[in-house]
Ligand binder design. Structure first.
Ligand code: NDP
Length: 458
């Protein structure tokens, strides 16, 4: 079985990759994401090299349509003025209005924003739904801030962002550090400034004011639907397997919930400080209580559940990835699984890795896992359930109508199943068989490239 393909090299792509590195020297995450997609798409590029060169297609593809940065001043509870930096990267609108989440985390910078927006372009294309790609956020860290501070920050952020978004222009949603509370404050301010209830301008809204049932759960649940498809396709079953999940935020919690529903025993989860191990299987209600209600740290799980142990981070391989499990689901942040982690994961006999977070696995680690026969579900396919359900939220907002939980969930399941098929078909077409990662890149690249070609030089 072949997972990699030996191909001729595209001269055009080679030039583009040199240019990419020169022009974006201080943006390692963006270079990493762009290189990964473009290299995977090389067989497609080779077929149409002359035409793409004439259209400047790759030059245009790697340059965001618009990058907005702005000042976000706010007053903390001690009356001190604080200033953060806000971003919105509107990367590509070839197949629909810009769409992508907002991240509030101290690690946010232009490179991270551009990598996330670029990934979003291809992820959204894979869903089969009409959405372009964007991402935004701020280096503001909501951890330890009071509700009033969060509200004042969100209001100030939206005072600027509102000029650049709208239901047919750009539709933000949540991401790390932006959950139901933040979306509520952002939407409230958008409504006030615009003087109109434009529900379709933000997704991830509360159910009382235009949100969709099953949106909160969608990324995590969708990840498990995707894993189910990938395992079934390889004559394997989720039932009876063990799993570890990195992170304990929105994506991780609902991946845990659906995994347990499918008969998986999740034995470990983490946050940025360390991980908990519970040989009896992590208790979902306790995790929800700690993370969603108390906004606490994962180590407090051991105060609730006596069979659990806590391990602090410190080593190059976080303790979570040293725990033997059939399935590994990174659901925290980017570049979480490096080559060292990948080697440990392989040695532990893991059969499948599914990316719930965006780019949680470094390029070397992805290649190592695939070359060693570990089934690998890439983020842009496996975590697309969140944005797909955001699109279903927009559809309901346009209809001024609501679907039941079951209706939305069934649509999500169909979407994830189709995404898997698209990746698989593209991989087969190019002789890459089980390489779902390359299949995802090829399938989405082709769709975006076709739309850009059809719309001329814009
Ligand atoms: P949350 O803010 O709800 O949770 C993030 C989790 O990741 C927390 O447990 C956090 O721990 C942990 N984490 C964050 N940074 C680090 C770090 N540097 N090292 C270790 N752990 C870290 O975010 P989400 O669950 O929404 O997002 C998680 C990932 O999923 C992100 O990559 C996001 O882009 C991606 N994603 C999210 C979607 C969504 O619908 N929410 C959709 C598609 C992708 P701590 O509390 O200690 O910071």
């Amino acid at each position: 079985m072949s997972n990699t393909l030996t191909i001729n090299k595209s001269k055009y792509l080679e030039e583009i990759l040199i240019n990419l590195k020169q022009k974006n020297q201080n943006q390692p995450e963006f270079i990493q994401a762009a290189q990964e997609i473009l290299k995977s798409a090389e067989p497609v590029i080779l077929k149409r090299e002359k035409e793409y060169r004439q259209l400047g297609l790759l030059e245009r593809l790697i340059e965001p349509e618009r990058v907005i940065t702005f000042r976000v001043p706010w007053v903390d509870d001690n009356g001190r003025v604080q200033v953060n930096r806000g971003y919105r990267v509107q990367f590509n609108s070839a197949i629909g209005p810009y769409k992508g989440g907002l991240r509030f985390h101290e690690s946010v910078n232009l490179s991270v924003m551009k990598f996330l927006a670029f990934e979003q372009v291809f992820k959204n294309a894979l869903t089969g739904l009409p959405m372009g790609g964007a991402k935004g956020g701020s280096d503001f860290d909501p951890k330890g801030k009071s509700d009033n501070e969060i509200m004042r920050f969100c209001q100030s952020f939206m005072n600027e962002l509102q000029m650049h978004i709208g239901s047919n222009v750009d539709i933000p949603a949540g991401d790390i550090g932006v959950g139901a509370r933040e979306i509520g404050y952002l939407f409230g301010q958008y409504k006030k400034v615009k003087g109109a209830f434009e529900a379709g301008a933000l997704t991830g809204k509360g159910l009382e004011y235009g949100g969709s049932l099953a949106r909160k759960e969608a990324t995590g649940h969708g990840l498990i639907y995707f894993m189910r498809e990938m395992l079934q396709d390889n004559k394997l079953d989720l039932r009876g397997k063990t799993a570890v999940i990195s992170g304990s935020g929105n994506v991780a919690i609902y991946a845990l919930e659906k995994a347990v529903e499918y008969g998986v025993k999740v034995i470990a989860m983490s946050d940025s400080n360390g991980c908990i191990y519970d040989k009896n299987g992590i208790d979902i209600e306790t995790i929800k209580l700690i993370k969603e209600n108390l906004r606490g740290r994962i180590k407090t799980y051991t105060q609730h559940i006596s069979s659990a142990e806590y391990y602090e981070n410190g080593d190059i391989v976080p303790p979570l990835y040293r725990i033997k499990a059939d399935i590994v689901l990174p659901c925290a942040t980017q570049n979480d699984i490096n080559l060292e982690c990948a080697k440990v994961i392989f040695k532990n006999g893991t059969i499948a890795v599914g990316e719930g977070a965006n780019m949680p696995t470094t390029t070397e680690a992805v290649n190592y896992l695939i070359e060693n026969g570990v089934l690998f579900a890439p983020a842009k396919a496996a975590n697309a359930g969140g944005v797909a359900t955001s699109c279903l939220e927009m559809a309901q907002n346009s209809m001024r109508y609501f679907w039941s939980y079951k209706e939305v969930d069934q649509k999500l399941d169909v979407i994830m199943t189709k995404i898997y098929s698209r990746c698989k078909e593209a991989a087969y077409e190019y002789g890459l068989e089980n390489n779902i990662c390359a299949g995802a890149n090829i399938s989405s690249f082709r769709k975006v490239a076709r739309a850009m070609r059809a719309q001329g030089i814009v």
